[in-house]
Design a protein around this ligand. Structure first.
Ligand code: PLP
Length: 410
């Protein structure tokens, strides 16, 4: 078993050894107990929720607890961070933010004016928009490349000026795979860091830090929380260095830390993450295989399928599954795709991903002009329902939309 390298937490200051299970247990076991901390005062097995915004100063003017004010730090947030740091085996620990976007943009904000950034053409559209509209105002130069094409990635590097390579794998919403280890080599050779948006993989199926990445980011709104009731984001760092400290300072000074209630809910969800991620990835693979053979489906985009262009790399760098996200291209084009989404009964027609309830979305309608997303594409986020029910519901909707299109003149 790997030795855990979680950051020092409030609980880490417990004097009684039984207050933590220690090392030698699997991630699933440690996650199930949210690191197994026993509250030293009450001996509660569920950690208390710390809501205080301020803390008593010692008579000698020190803050011996390590806490002074809630904007820079919070004990409940630290507890949730320690679970994520354990899952990612993050040497520097983890920082939770109020959203995935707050976490991602903190990394770019930590760069210096004039720095060059390489980002993928295919990525979460909200961050692509931020990089297009906001990054130049901070004097960052951004080049967008097909990051799954390592030659293109290499060619985009400006040694000495490129300071950050950002990749997203699997990449939303086509689920393209980028070779993390190769991207890390390319970034490091040019003197840049590699950051990976691993939201669609989850820490259960991919560990970018182990493959050479410097920072891994998740929209914790997605499968980490998994119940569609918390907006959160997280960064986990390979090593504590000046850049990592600067991200921490940006969070503290800018007031971007996650609230304690959300951290508490997130920690409750993290206990079941290994089980949910395994079930959702198995469901996604099952659906991908069935939909591949469907007469009204023109294509299935899922790296778990052996003929997917990203499969070989995904099989090498992912473990235990290929994630919970897939997309289909509907025969009959945009109208048939929108018509299918309109007719599902079990799937929920809504944005976002990673929850226990399955979601379907006509993605091009959301992303608007300039999207690399084809108009016939439906994005599917697989939840924990019975995959046979999910398939039957989608099959009926595809058939009904197709029949309706046949009846519509012109
Ligand atoms: N990264 C990916 C892959 C996403 O899908 C999302 C949101 O959909 C984000 C980042 C942004 O996360 P948040 O909505 O928590 O700000």
């Amino acid at each position: 078993m790997p030795q855990l390298n979680a950051p020092e937490t409030a609980a880490g200051q417990d004097s009684e050894p039984e207050n933590r299970p220690g090392t030698g247990f699997s991630k699933r076991s440690l996650a199930a107990q949210a690191m197994g901390r026993i509250d030293p005062v009450t001996r509660a097995v569920v950690p208390p929720l710390h809501v205080s915004t301020t803390f008593l100063r010692d008579p000698d003017n020190a803050y011996s607890s390590g806490f002074s004010y809630a904007r820079p730090d919070n004990a409940t947030v630290r507890e949730a961070e320690s679970v994520i740091a354990m899952l990612e085996e993050a040497g520097a620990g983890a920082y939770l933010f109020g959203s995935g976007m707050a976490a991602a943009t903190a990394v770019f904000t930590a760069l210096e004016p004039g720095n060059h950034v390489v980002a993928p053409k295919l990525m979460y559209w909200g961050l692509r928009r931020w990089l297009r509209e906001e990054a130049p105002r901070r004097a960052l130069a951004v080049d967008f490349v097909d990051a799954d094409d390592l030659g293109a990635l290499r060619a985009a590097m400006r040694p000495g000026r490129t300071r950050l390579v950002w990749i997203e794998t699997p990449g939303n919403p086509l689920w393209t795979i980028t070779d993390i280890a190769a991207a890390a080599d390319i970034a490091h050779a040019a003197g840049a860091r590699l950051a990976v948006d691993s939201t669609a993989a989850s820490p259960i199926h991919s560990r970018p830090l182990d493959l050479g990445a410097d920072i891994v980011m998740h929209s914790a709104t997605k499968i980490l929380n998994g119940h569609s009731d918390v907006v959160a984001g997280v960064l986990a760092g390979a090593r504590a260095d000046a850049f990592w400290d600067r991200i921490g300072a940006i969070r503290a000074n800018g007031g971007a830390i996650l609230g304690p209630f959300e951290a508490y809910l997130l920690m409750r969800s993290l206990r079941t993450l290994p089980l949910r991620a395994a079930a959702q990835a198995a469901g996604a693979l099952d659906l991908a295989e069935r939909l591949k053979a469907h007469a009204l489906v023109a294509g299935v985009l899922y790296p778990g399928l052996p003929d997917d262009p990203g499969h070989a790399v995904a099989a090498r760098q992912m473990r235990g599954g290929f994630g919970y996200m897939l997309s289909i291209r509907v025969a009959g084009g945009e109208a048939a795709a929108i018509g299918t989404a309109a007719r599902v009964r079990l799937w929920k027609r809504a944005t976002s991903l990673g929850g226990v309830e399955s979601l379907i979305e006509h993605r091009a309608s959301v992303e608007g002009t300039g999207t690399p997303c084809p108009p016939d594409l439906l994005r599917l986020s697989t939840g924990i329902e019975d995959p046979a029910d999910l398939y039957a519901d989608l099959d009926a909707a595809l058939r009904a939309a197709h029949a309706e299109a046949g009846r519509t003149p012109g």
